[in-house]
Ligand binder design. Structure first.
Ligand SMILES: Nc1ncnc2c1ncn2[C@@H]1O[C@H](COP(=O)(O)OP(=O)(O)O)[C@@H](O)[C@H]1O
Ligand SMILES: [Mg+2]
Length: 435
């Protein structure tokens, strides 16, 4: 075993470890383990009842074991006697097919066999709201175009600087924080990393942001569209593929169009080709579809895509190429499962590379104003049901993720849709009572 957690507990004075995992719906679950038991837990894993989480298991399933990855260790900056560990799920001596982290590792292994190593960065937008969740927390943050508003940003200095200081301490190399395009909305950026590390950081960032906000009497939400009329929470992903040593960016080609290589365009073609089914993972909630396909917001733009197109440095398309050597995928939202999001990007990208998928011509128009003039571009699904049906029928996703995983995911999402449909909404009454 490369890292002995018992030794780390002694040397870093850690009293407790959070052995955590993310289930299919992105919920972060954990056991709080005292340092005296960490040796055993590192060897055998922490036991959980799978049925109690979103993993499509029954109460009769045997124990599931979360085996921590010592390389993921994060000492909580605001409580250094506790350390967080991301774990992979095991049952009956085998990895659990439904475990999102296991699934991402499988995609990374497939890529590694081809000599590829994906590196990604994520931009996790969030709102600071009142503890009861009804409104943004700053009543004075009312400008119609609030993006980069210095005064509103600095009213939240205590929370934002505490999160940024934590990222700095953890060596994530944070480099900027801003007020985003909706009232009450913020974004904090840190450096890209290997996709698995970024997924672990993404899961931890959400936990950290919620926790620190609560410590300041506020609440943080990553909900895709918490307030109609305001820009929603995106989670843009920046993507590049490197050689196995992680030294050479294989997406970079100074002679390629906009500085991207043929490999990058095929990868991008894979995302374009599979976008409709990827929405089941990138936009996984009922609410997600109020962000994409949304009517114009108070600020003048939704900043989210509705059509499956790509562009240069132009934020009105699903994919933007901001500079040589990488692209930005603007489709994901704040509800994206950190592991399934990355796994979806890689699965679709590898499909694009294998089949040399042509992304078609770049569009340089303002998609919000002129989208209706574009002929033949595919539209994104209009709701969760459509996206899950696309995913269910996707041979690419089934080949990459396996039928067991896909069947479970589709089953749980269909149940969620049925549950949503069992609610009678005010809209229906308003529009149908007098029918
Ligand atoms: N080659 C690259 N591969 C993957 N991610 C990258 C690469 N270069 C930069 N990034 C990451 O892209 C993200 C850019 O986020 P940000 O600065 O908010 O850009 P913007 O708001 O313009 O989209 C950061 O996480 C950054 O580290
Ligand atoms: Mg940004």
């Amino acid at each position: 075993m490369s890292t002995d957690l018992e030794k780390i507990a002694k040397s870093r004075k850690i009293k407790y470890f959070l052995i955590s995992f993310v289930d299919m719906f992105g919920v972060l679950r954990a056991k709080l383990v005292p340092a005296r038991a960490i040796g055993m837990m590192q060897r055998d894993g922490a036991a959980f009842a799978g049925f109690a989480t979103w993993l499509d298991m029954t109460p009769a399933h045997p124990d599931m074991f979360a085996k921590p990855d010592p390389d993921s260790l994060i000492v909580l900056p605001w409580k250094p006697e506790v350390a967080w560990l991301a774990a992979d799920l095991w049952m009956d001596g085998k990895e659990v097919e439904a475990s999102p982290r296991v699934l991402l590792k499988r995609q990374l292994e497939r890529a590694a066999k081809l000599g590829y190593r994906m590196k990604t960065g994520v931009e996790c937008e969030y709102f600071l709201i009142n503890p009861d969740g009804t409104a943004i927390s700053d009543a004075r943050d009312v400008q119609p175009k609030p993006c980069y508003d210095q005064t509103a940003l600095m009213r939240r200095y205590d929370v934002i600087s505490e999160i940024c200081d934590a990222m700095n301490l953890l060596g994530w190399c944070p480099y900027q924080n801003d007020h985003e395009d909706a009232n009450g909305q913020f974004e904090m950026n840190w450096d890209y990393d290997d996709a698995l590390r970024t997924a672990d950081k993404h899961a931890f960032f959400k936990y950290m942001t919620r926790t620190i906000a609560e410590m300041h009497g506020l609440r943080a939400t990553f909900m895709p569209k918490p307030f109609l009329g305001l820009t929603g929470n995106g989670c843009h992903a920046h993507v590049s593929v490197w050689d196995s040593a992680g030294k050479k960016n294989l997406f970079l080609d100074a002679k390629g169009e906009l500085g991207l290589s043929k490999l990058a365009y095929s990868f991008l073609g894979g995302i374009i080709h599979n976008a409709e089914s990827l929405c089941a993972f990138f936009n996984p909630t009922i609410n997600s579809f109020k962000r994409i396909n949304a009517p114009v917001t108070a600020s003048g733009a939704t900043w989210s895509p509705n059509t499956i197109t790509y562009s240069g440095n132009n934020r009105t398309h699903m994919i933007r190429i901001p500079e040589a050597g990488r692209f930005e995928l603007r489709l994901m939202d704040g509800a994206v499962n950190p592991y399934l999001g990355q796994a979806g990007v890689l699965a679709a990208g590898l499909d694009g590379v294998k089949n040399k998928r042509d992304p078609g011509k770049r569009l340089d128009i303002d998609m919000y104003a002129l989208g209706h003039t574009v002929k033949g571009a595919k539209k994104l699904p209009l709701n969760m049901l459509d996206s899950v049906r696309f995913a269910d029928q996707s041979k690419v996703l089934r080949d990459a993720f396996g039928n067991a995983f896909m069947d479970s995911y589709v089953k749980l999402k269909m149940r969620e849709w049925a549950s949503f449909n069992s609610a009678l909404t005010p809209w229906e009454r308003d529009n149908t009572l007098d029918c």
